[in-house]
Design a protein around this ligand. Structure first.
Ligand SMILES: [Zn+2]
Ligand SMILES: [Zn+2]
Length: 326
């Protein structure tokens, strides 16, 4: 990877000498993802998207669970790694097995060990853990600090950077507590993708520890400084295509949702906003995401009420959603 940064100049994104792809392994993202509908009878539990032949993005259907998280399945030469196990009740392990079986067939291989780990420990990312945790041949890393430190060689939590080698594929692991105490971001050197979990995505960035969240955002800014970043890919989409406009919590069908991918510029915008707010937690809508502190019961109750209202309303029409649903 070519790093170009002149002394004293801080670039929004790293630069390469030629527009030749900069050695990044390319991949494709869809123009739109399935959400949950308009007809839930037609929706499979899981959608799989091939970013490239060694990296797959899974999305859970909103018909199953309103969180409709994104999961990542990354293949190295020696090991495959699944990030997260989704929300609600699904046959995730069966689905992942099918994807791995197809990959093995494509590569003419018999088997590959699987590691299952987590972006963080919220219940919409660990729901199907039990389908993997006691399975022979699966290396299961629970969303707990000592286990994460050990698996990725993170000397000091949360200030050290860890890494894992999946076999000709090194992934750097950046601790990012603040949304959840055991949050990590992944940097895949082959595709130059940065996966920041629930800390950065087009939607509501729930902050449960303000100081830790700000420090983690700065840590991501520092880590990505001078590194080539192709896309920042988080774990949810809650934003619409219209800037500053979200889909309410509890939405299962989002026909005009924002794309998944963000850039390092979005990360810098978030960092600047947090710096401006300083030590004062406050909800703040940016163009592509919203800083959303959850530090008191009143906020939790407001969210719960909104979720129940929206989800209940949309579930009533889940087999034929109206074109405009909000
Ligand atoms: Zn979360
Ligand atoms: Zn989440």
């Amino acid at each position: 990877m070519v790093l170009v940064a002149w002394a004293g100049v801080v670039f929004i994104q790293a630069q390469a000498p030629q527009p030749d792809g900069a050695g990044i392994e390319p991949g494709k993202l869809p123009v739109r993802w399935d959400t949950g509908g308009p007809k839930c009878m037609e929706m499979p539990e899981w959608q799989v998207h091939e970013y490239n032949e060694d990296l797959y993005i899974l999305r859970e259907s909103g018909c199953v669970h309103y969180e409709k998280p994104f999961l990542y399945l990354i293949f190295g030469k020696d090991k495959a790694m699944l990030m997260d196990t989704g929300a609600g009740t699904t046959e995730l392990a069966t689905f992942v097995d099918q994807v791995i079986a197809r990959w093995l067939k494509r590569k003419g291989r018999q088997n590959i060990p699987l590691m299952v780990m987590h972006s963080h420990g919220h219940r919409d990312h660990i729901a199907r853990d039990s389908q993997f945790s006691n399975r022979p041949g699966v290396e299961f890393v629970p969303a707990e600090i000592p286990a994460v430190q050990k698996a990725f060689g993170i000397a000091t939590w949360p200030t050290s950077i860890g890494r894992i080698d999946l076999g000709e594929r090194i992934i750097d692991v950046v601790p990012i507590p603040g949304h959840h105490p055991v949050g990590i971001g992944l940097y895949d050197r082959r595709t130059a993708l940065f996966l920041p979990g629930d800390n950065v995505y087009p939607g509501r960035l729930y902050v449960t520890d303000w100081a830790a969240f700000a420090a983690s955002t700065q840590r991501m800014v520092d880590f990505t400084q001078g590194r080539l970043i192709s896309h920042m890919l988080g774990c949810h989409i809650e934003q619409s295509k219209t800037p500053y406009l979200e889909y309410t919590i509890g939405s299962i069908f989002q026909p005009d949702e924002h794309v998944l991918e963000l850039t390092r510029g979005d990360l810098l915008a978030l960092n600047e906003a947090l710096k401006e707010l300083g030590g004062t937690p406050k909800r703040l809508a940016l163009a592509n995401m919203t800083i959303y502190p959850i530090l008191d019961d009143a906020t939790r109750q407001e969210m719960q009420k909104n979720r129940l209202e929206t989800e209940t309303r949309q579930r009533q029409t889940m087999y034929a959603q109206p074109a405009s649903t909000r």
